[in-house]
Design a protein around this ligand. Structure first.
Ligand code: UD1
Length: 438
């Protein structure tokens, strides 16, 4: 058992070196989802007791969230950490009721999910002081939808030089229509509503599988939630004292699953992606199939096969069940070597094209026009020295390197470590020529 004692002061430095790789074969196991586990950890603020989360990915964002929650008064221990292999770790979270409501600026600033302590802290304690959340830089990432919803429930907010102060004398259930199905806002309002007085209706709620996962954990803690998986969530507030701690298994990471699918797309091959939930990736699988891949659900994952050149298809990102913006760097990378020209439209984060410059270093032919990218497939990419600008784009550059002639070096890999659990080891075990030099 390892008690959580914070991250090292300096980010681990290093590079990933990739050479052109032949067909990938074998099996890879997908770990639990980053975008779920961080919110599940925040939910432990709502009730005292001992929580156990399984299938927790070994990623830096879990460590940063652990550091944040430790400062807020929870105790977090890594238990049953497998020595090696691809099984997720277990996290024990102990909430003994000594929670403080002031989140240190320098930690909250490092990840977007830090904003998800606002809902539970306001809901249970009526107060929160926190920095504005950090995370990947896709241009502006406002939190107005979170705040408007919480205000409708009776919270008031003041902006300070350091961040945000929220107060309430008790949250009341409310009818809240989101003007966009924001993932983070839906999660915050859900957690705030669990022990609010009366019923909260969230209309135009986000429907991502990670939100369903949070609903299931909250339900096992004693929350009354209807409409799980739909655009309308109804939460009947319960007394805080009736909530209890729980055990929960984190849903599989669909973006990591997509990463291994795209690696097979780039190299060719035949790989079983254990743990991937095809029902959470239907639109993406349909696009991959249009591009020429063969993807079939199995009893415990999906089998992915590709031989021959990919075909170009147009792609637009949308909230779930649409194509997730987090898949887009992988898709653009695949399109860079596909037969034909495709238009990729980004509908969530207009600024989320920073990695295109890096892909061009491989010889990719991509032009940007507003929130559209025009990708003209080339026969072959050429190895390059590139910088990971964020988590998903970093992984896409690794995947590009697998299909590029010669050698590729990816720098700034601390971004990749924030969201990927042993990407290098997993790809190497499938036969990729890849190593990490720390
Ligand atoms: C989460 C994911 C991120 C993913 C994104 C969209 C986590 C930690 N991150 O981010 O990986 O890319 O969902 O699937 O789970 N918006 C507002 N006001 C708000 C909130 C959001 O205008 O108050 C806008 C955003 O700028 C963006 C869109 O809504 O254009 C989607 O944001 P949101 O769904 O909230 O994403 P996050 O929860 O931040």
């Amino acid at each position: 058992m390892t008690e959580y004692s914070g991250l090292p002061e300096d980010q681990p430095s290093g590079v990933i070196v990739v050479s052109q790789s032949g067909h990938l074969t074998g099996e890879v196991t997908v770990p639990g989802a980053k975008n779920s586990v961080l919110k599940l950890m925040a939910a432990a603020l709502l009730a005292d007791g001992v929580y156990e989360l399984s299938n927790v990915p070994r990623i830096d964002d879990v460590d940063i969230m652990s550091e944040l929650l430790t400062h807020l008064g929870l105790r977090i221990e890594k238990i049953a950490v497998p020595e090696s292999g691809e099984d997720g770790q277990k996290l024990r979270i102990v909430n003994s009721g000594n929670v403080i409501t002031v989140a240190p600026f320098e930690i909250a600033d490092r990840i977007r999910a830090s904003v998800n302590v606002v809902g539970p802290l306001l809901g249970r304690f009526g107060e929160v002081d926190i920095a504005l959340p950090g995370g990947d830089d896709f241009g502006g990432r406002p939190i107005d939808i979170h705040l408007r919803g919480l205000e409708a429930m009776g919270a008031t907010f003041t902006f300070t030089d350091e961040g945000l102060i929220g107060r309430t004398t008790g949250l009341q259930g409310a009818d809240i229509t989101l003007n966009f199905p924001s993932v983070g806002a839906t999660e915050n309002l859900l957690m705030a509503a669990v022990c609010a007085t009366g019923t909260t209706r969230i209309v135009n709620a986000a429907r991502e599988p990670e939100i369903g996962d949070l609903c299931l954990m909250l339900r096992s803690m004693g929350a009354h939630i209807e409409g799980i998986g739909t655009q309308q969530l109804v939460i009947h507030g319960v007394a805080q004292a009736s909530l209890q701690s729980t055990t929960h298994t984190v849903v599989a990471d669909r973006v990591q699953a997509a990463t291994y699918m795209s690696a097979v797309a780039m190299c060719g091959g035949d790989v079983h992606i254990k743990g991937a939930v095809s029902g959470h990736m239907e639109m993406l699988i349909s696009r991959f199939t249009d591009m020429g891949m063969t993807i079939a659900p199995t009893t415990d994952g999906v089998q992915v096969y590709r031989d021959g050149r990919l075909s170009a298809v147009d792609i637009s990102t949308l909230p779930y069940p649409g194509i997730a913006t987090d898949y887009k760097p992988l898709l653009v990378t695949m399109l860079a070597v596909s037969d034909g020209t495709a238009v990729v439209t980004e509908n969530l984060y207009p600024g989320r094209f920073r990695y295109i410059e890096e892909l061009r270093k491989f010889g990719a032919d991509i032009t940007i026009d507003g929130h559209h990218a025009v990708v003209r497939g080339v026969e072959r990419l050429t190895g390059a020295v590139v910088h990971a600008p964020d988590i998903r784009a970093g992984a896409a550059l690794v995947v590009a390197g697998l299909a590029a002639s010669g050698m590729t070096e990816i720098r700034d890999i601390h971004h990749i470590d924030r969201g990927y659990d042993d990407l290098v080891g997993r790809l190497a075990r499938l036969g990729a020529s890849i190593s990490r030099v720390d």
